[in-house]
Design a protein around this ligand. Structure first.
Ligand code: GTP
Length: 366
């Protein structure tokens, strides 16, 4: 029986306020919670049992899957206190069914959208009789990542910190957040404290002569941990740049059947419009996620942004790279700058935030 663990216990702080009430893997991406896309991919790869390593808002995972009736068994390993990525894997391993010390266990980070062929990673692992196999991806600019150089046979040489100088950029390969562990290696991770798999487990294995291999691919890969990456990942699934068994043929947008979109509005770039949302005349929604029950008034523009459920955007407002928390209101003619994250329930009056044009007259008497 092929088994897998998904790490889903992180707080997702970079995606707040979206993650205030919803764990990152349960956020909606291209019409389904992100973890459902991962589950579908695991099922396609022949996985029959998956353990969710949960901690933050753990109950919501059981709620999401309470009616799940497909050919996949789901177990929940709940950490009262987050154990870090390594500790979480070790804790989840208690619930695996297999008993063979050599069994390969597939492990996924719960926030990576990837086109990698999971069966190929498993084959690579078996063929090299590896202790651990990591999926490695290549990035154009490696400066923001820890690097993972390998030798000609694909054996991992070291795990390097983020490079500070061009000389330190010895490779463009980075850890893609998908691993296969030999079961006995997984069981050797300390069980009584927080452990980081990236900073502790992997470097120690390499230093100790363990058989740690990289499986390098150029498949689609995106870490959905930041707001911009999150909207881009969702749009890529809709437009077909990234694929999921749960998403239909490539499209310019995914509009829920209960949403209302005015005929003069333009919804494009792989945007998603949620249930009961209302998109007004001459509105532009580009490469964005508009949640359930959101209202967008006439001529507003939303680019590369998320507007969470039950919020409203006033007429002629302009948003780029913005996150609007749930139950918020952005009045008419606001211009919200990039990287702004509005907390849940915030109200911005009309003309409250302007980045261009002439400021309106002072409304207060002096
Ligand atoms: P940020 O707070 O925005 O950095 O997000 P995060 O909490 O998800 O952290 P990060 O992106 O580094 O985590 C990578 C993956 O590991 C995600 O799928 C997390 O859910 C998961 N993860 C991180 N820490 C823990 C932990 O202590 N326990 C468990 N079970 N999972 C974790």
């Amino acid at each position: 029986m092929q088994e897998a663990i998904i790490l889903v216990g992180g707080k997702g702080t970079r995606l707040r306020p979206l993650t205030n009430h919803t764990p990152k893997p349960l956020l909606n991406v291209a019409g389904s919670s992100f973890i459902r896309h991962q589950i579908a991919k695991l099922t396609d790869a022949g996985v029959e049992h998956v353990v969710f390593a949960t901690s933050y808002l753990a109950d919501l995972f059981e709620e999401e899957f309470k009616d799940f009736s497909q050919d996949l068994e789901i177990s929940y390993a709940v950490e009262e206190i987050p154990l870090g990525t390594g500790g979480a894997i070790r804790n989840a391993a208690r619930l695996l069914r297999g008993t063979s010390a050599d069994a390969p266990v597939l492990i996924l980070n719960g926030d990576i959208l990837s086109g990698v062929d999971l069966r190929a990673v498993l084959r690579h692992h078996q063929a090299r009789v590896a202790d651990v196999t990591l999926h490695l991806t290549r990035v154009p600019d490696p400066r923001a990542f820890g690097l993972v150089p390998t030798d000609e046979a694909g054996r991992v040489l070291s795990f390097l910190e983020k490079p500070k100088t061009p000389e330190e950029c010895v490779t463009d390969q980075i850890n893609a957040g998908c691993y296969v562990f030999r079961r006995s290696v997984l069981d050797a991770i300390p069980a009584d404290r927080e452990v980081s798999v990236e900073q502790e487990t992997f470097p120690q294995l390499v230093a100790g002569g363990g058989r740690v291999f990289g499986h390098v691919t150029d498949d689609y890969w995106r870490d959905l941990g930041t707001p911009l990456a999150f909207v881009h990942g969702s749009a890529d699934l809709v437009t077909g740049r990234a694929t999921s068994p749960l998403v239909g043929p490539p499209a310019v947008a995914l509009i829920h059947p209960t949403a209302t979109v005015d005929a003069t509005a333009r919804v494009t770039g792989g945007s998603t419009i949620g249930p009961h949302a209302v998109i007004g005349p001459r509105v532009v929604v580009d490469r964005s996620i508009v949640g359930a029950n959101v209202t967008v008034a006439e001529a507003a523009q939303i680019h590369e942004s998320v507007v969470d459920h039950d919020s409203s955007i006033g007429s002629e407002s302009f948003l780029r790279e913005v996150v609007v928390g749930c139950h918020s209101h952005v009045g008419a003619q606001n211009e919200l700058p990039a990287q702004l994250r509005l907390a849940c329930g915030i109200r911005i009056p009309s003309l409250g935030v302007r980045m261009s044009g002439t400021a309106t007259a002072c409304l207060t008497a002096h």
